[in-house]
Design a protein around this ligand. Sequence first.
Ligand SMILES: C[S@@+](CC[C@H](N)C(=O)[O-])C[C@H]1O[C@@H](n2cnc3c(N)ncnc32)[C@H](O)[C@@H]1O
Length: 212
Amino acid sequence: MRLKKRPWGDKVLSQNIDIVLSGNDFEKESFTDFISHDDLVIEIGSGKGDFIIQMAKKYPDIAFLAIEMQSMALAYAVRKIQDERLDNVLFINCDGTYLLDQIKDKTVNTVFLNHSDPWPKKRHHKRRLTYPTMLAKYDRILKDDGQLIFKTDNDDLFKDSIEYIDESNFKLDVIEYDYDGNDEYDAKTEYEARFREIGTPIKRFIATKKGE
Ligand SMILES: C[S@@+](CC[C@H](N)C(=O)[O-])C[C@H]1O[C@@H](n2cnc3c(N)ncnc32)[C@H](O)[C@@H]1O
């Protein structure tokens, strides 16, 4: 969903350039240092940041890179943590497709996709974050034992994503059609909270690489 621009949004982002970078900042040391962390986790489409902030607090030794293309969503996220200075979370305001090309081969432990946009029209399917072109990118950046963890409220997106996985270099280790949300290595997102409230089952899979 497109978020309404608020006058305070750009100000929050420009005042917190140490925790929010843009797609022009890939040469910056703060970015190159962050992505060199031994335990690097990426979320694409982080929205207002609830998931990544909870995870960063729960796992202080993991480096969490959150990618979100809507600057206003990031402004909400940054506002939540600007007084806490969590040093293990970095937000990037850009398209995840482009960001992934900056990440080195086999350096990422987990890619999280939470309630990604479903793009229901067939002509838009290639924009889905689980589309085969994206799976090939995750395959390249994930370590051999790395995981792709996807959860969604959307039945069609889930069904199609399982088909994409079946055709890819990933295998499904876990498939849940009514995930209870209690996995320790997880946190509730804004969309998840909304859908749980109205009783929509949350679907989830965990995929790992089949190997070379
Ligand atoms: C439906 S919202 C879900 C937000 C959050 N993950 C949640 O579960 O509450 C999807 C978010 O993904 C972002 N998004 C979609 N495609 C993206 C891409 N290619 N790169 C970065 N962000 C993307 C959208 O801007 C939007 O904020």
